[in-house]
Design a protein around this ligand. Sequence first.
Ligand code: NOJ
Length: 534
Amino acid sequence: MGADPSAWWKEGVFYQIYPRSFADSNGDGVGDLPGVIGRLDHLAWLGVDGIWLNPTTVSPDADWGYDVADYVGVQPVLGTLDDIDELIAEAARRQIRVLLDLVPNHTSSEHPWFVESRSSRDSPKRDWYVWGDPKSDGSPPNNWLSGFGGPAWTLDEATGQYYLHNFLPEQPDLNWWNEEVREEFDRILRFWFDRGIAGFRIDVVHMVVKDRQLRDNPPTTDEDHWFERFRGQRQVHNANRPEVHDVIRRWREVAESYDPPRILVGETHVFDAATLASFYGKGDELNLAFNFLLLHADFHAPALREVVEGTLAAIPPGGWPVWTAGNHDVYRFPSRWAGGDPLKARAALMMVLTLPGTAFLYYGDELGMPDTVVPESRIEDPVGRAYFPVYGRDPERTPMPWSPQPGAGFTEPGVEPWLPFGDYERCNVEDQRRDPESMVSLCRDLLGLRNAFPDLRQGAYEVVAADDAGLWAWRRGERTVVALNLADTPAAIDDVRGLVRISTHRARDGERLEGALRLAPWEGAIVWLDGPGP
Ligand code: NOJ
């Protein structure tokens, strides 16, 4: 019998790469695939098992790759198909698997399918997209709102119908009721699986199927999650349709037809644990469903604990949780959760890497990289432009700081990168790798401990009772305890006998405990117990 083919992704840690911002190999100020290949040794040193790359497919970049104009081509500024092949091979040499980003909800308005679809009402591709007639007063077919603000419909003057776009007008939504669309995507999946990728992260997977009758969305109520209330309507007809599960099952069958099976990681931007859990199906849908409840939670022990325990209770048998503290759409956790306090950031990193399930890091997380202030004149994100100065996604997308030298090791000295650098003299890979107390050393040691301790990879979660309000402690398996003191005051757990393996306050590593685990404010510690307990 061979090893469990799912162990690598269940027990592993992934690392998300925003290709434009990771490493620039040719001095044009934009990161690229050869740049990623050149930095794989850092990821191997860190100990990650897989990488996920944001879209590498051809795009006019109205939404930085999330507007695809060719699903089987490579964006020239990033590289070529040969570069993808080389990346897969070079990553494999380091036991690192590659996930690409699949964007099935919408294409670019410049995609030949949409150009054809909008050419006439009789076009053979008309039904590949979601078209609707104006109401009698000329207004859009229904009340659906775009995730980026304003109506989700744009009138095509030439043919007199509106087309749907859950995001920008440059991102028309595909019609997933159309069997030809489904077949086309089966081919796209196979094209990339055949090249040897390990799977896909799937963009807004919960959104792909739309209500066939195009019914209005209802307004939100006080009970809805704050994120939904912000939008003002519940996405029950332009997203979250029950029929989406048929599509996911279909993709899963394609993924399972490969040896080893490919994996599907969904961007399930939903706001309750039961809905999140539904995307695992009966073990026949997503392998991993991203948890936005955690991402949007306050960094307070009770709030985080509620999300984690609620998720664990909801996920069906055979389902597997996944945790992340950041991605390219939210502010970086050292700023968002930790408010710039390195102690808090270290505790957050320990949390993500020790919860039961797969973990995803976002590039720069291993450094505790904060958000970069991006002046209005340098905004590249369409959402950032629309919502300036309130919100934008550029601060978390700025170049990876590799070194303290000019160019930050990201690009050549003197070259202006596509988004401004953060403070790379203070926060960079080179300096941190030399410092055993640094965040990157903590990150690497946490990954190493995960590898060494089966408890941290497979052990069940069981909360450990604690009196202090800011203290959240849990056991993993028989003999491992993780304790986080997310408070400004010290905290303690009584009757702990064992060894501190890693503390976020590194001077304590290796300390013997005989009776109590005392934690300083914002300290996190992993303890190897003498025996089952506490
Ligand atoms: C989610 C992606 O993560 C985000 O970056 C993008 O703008 C939207 N989907 C639309 O594709």
